[in-house]
Design a protein around this ligand. Structure first.
Ligand code: PLP
Length: 364
């Protein structure tokens, strides 16, 4: 048995009640099961502040990338042109997906510690004749939080469809999907809703999405076809991840009990502020400046050159927590996530362990 908590940005630490939901083997074509799927779809709409007549929800088997790929490959037609704004590995992954499907696309790369600028994107859109724009909200690569509000305005103004990878933020940061007019927003079961891995979900604007029938370039990831089947009575097209679905339904219930996204955001933000403060006291500086730092995950630079991540990781793991390696070339960094069933006591304990380790190694 594993005896550590995850400080990684999904999968993350879930509650016992969420895990216990998976002790049942549920039939998939049964009405009870289909109504669970429908309930989840309805609740996701509510979390997105979206009305049923304007937006719809599609659940898609697989991890988050499957959801992103299903959108990119199913809604951008051969006559469309996609602009991707990337300031991290997940933005670049969208470009990689566009490449696999041979879409007409341009990837606008931004430094990892900066956010894509809305005015600059507007110029690129106008000059390049783009029809779609895709970007990541919380770039988990570094922990930077991109400004989707300003970019949504630009998209609206220019009649461009806006695709948002909100994988690591949806449920942890309140997003007014309908108010912002976002066309497609993607997240997955094992991030801030605090479920377990197994499917992703897409909240789509009906007006845009219903015109995409026949655009998909993959059978398994055909977003429209998946929706058409699910919309009838809650049935999934192919085998659904039943245990994950049950756990997810429970996770949404717990999110509501906690007080909704607002309350969850408060807890995550408190964890994050406390983490950064304590790490700074030890000399570990966050890579992202305070104004752009998300409350989800933080990248820290290490003060020592001969720092060994794997050694520190093992030391911390033996004491009850799993942290995350860095993802920046040529820099000594590591990441700590603070989402999931994690509370200030955990941050306190973790920082105590890091302090002990750092002192032992003569780093501080
Ligand atoms: C987790 C994550 C994904 C999806 O990754 P998977 O490994 O496929 O679940 C995509 N984008 C972002 C920003 C993420 O944090």
């Amino acid at each position: 048995m594993v005896n550590y908590k995850l400080l990684t940005p999904g999968p993350l630490t879930t509650t016992m009640a969420v895990k216990e939901e998976m002790l049942t083997d549920h039939c998939t074509w049964d009405d009870d099961y289909k109504s669970i799927t429908q309930k989840i779809r309805q609740e996701l709409l509510e979390l997105a502040h979206a009305d049923k007549d304007k937006y719809t929800v599609i659940l898609m088997q697989g991890s988050g990338t499957f959801g992103v790929e299903s959108v990119i490959s199913s809604v951008v037609s051969d006559n469309d042109k996609l602009l991707i704004a990337a300031n991290g590995a997940y933005g670049k992954r969208i470009a990689q997906i566009a490449g696999y499907h041979k879409l007409d696309y341009v990837c606008h790369n931004v430094d990892y510690d900066k956010i894509p600028d809305a005015a600059e994107l507007e110029e690129i859109i106008k000059e390049g004749g783009f029809t779609h724009l895709a970007m990541v909200h919380s770039e988990t690569t570094t922990g930077i939080l991109n400004d989707i509000e300003s970019v949504a305005e630009v998209c609206k103004r220019n009649g461009v469809k806006f695709i948002v990878d909100a994988m690591s933020s949806f449920g942890g940061i309140d997003i007014d999907v309908q108010g912002l007019g976002i066309d497609y927003i993607i997240s997955s079961a094992n991030k801030c809703i605090q479920g377990v891995p197994g499917f992703s979900f897409i909240i789509a604007k009906r007006e845009s999405f219903l015109k995409t029938k026949g655009t998909a370039r993959s059978l398994a990831l055909d977003l429209y076809d998946q929706w058409e089947t699910m919309e009838k009575d809650g049935k999934w097209r192919f085998t659904s991840p039943t245990h994950t679905v049950l756990a997810f339904a429970k996770a949404i219930e717990e999110l509501k009990e906690e007080g909704g996204i607002e309350a969850r955001n408060r807890r995550y933000s408190k964890n994050n502020r406390m983490l950064i403060e304590k790490m700074k006291e030890m000399g570990y500086e966050p890579y992202i400046s305070e104004q752009y730092q998300s409350p989800i995950i933080t990248t820290f630079s290490c003060p020592e050159n001969d720092f060994s991540f794997s050694e520190m990781y093992e030391y911390i793991k033996e004491r009850g927590y799993a942290i995350y390696p860095g993802k920046l070339d040529g820099m000594n960094t590591f990441r700590i996530g603070n989402i999931g069933e994690i509370y200030p006591e955990d941050i306190e304990k973790l920082c105590g362990i890091i302090k002990e380790y750092s002192e032992m190694k003569g780093m501080i």
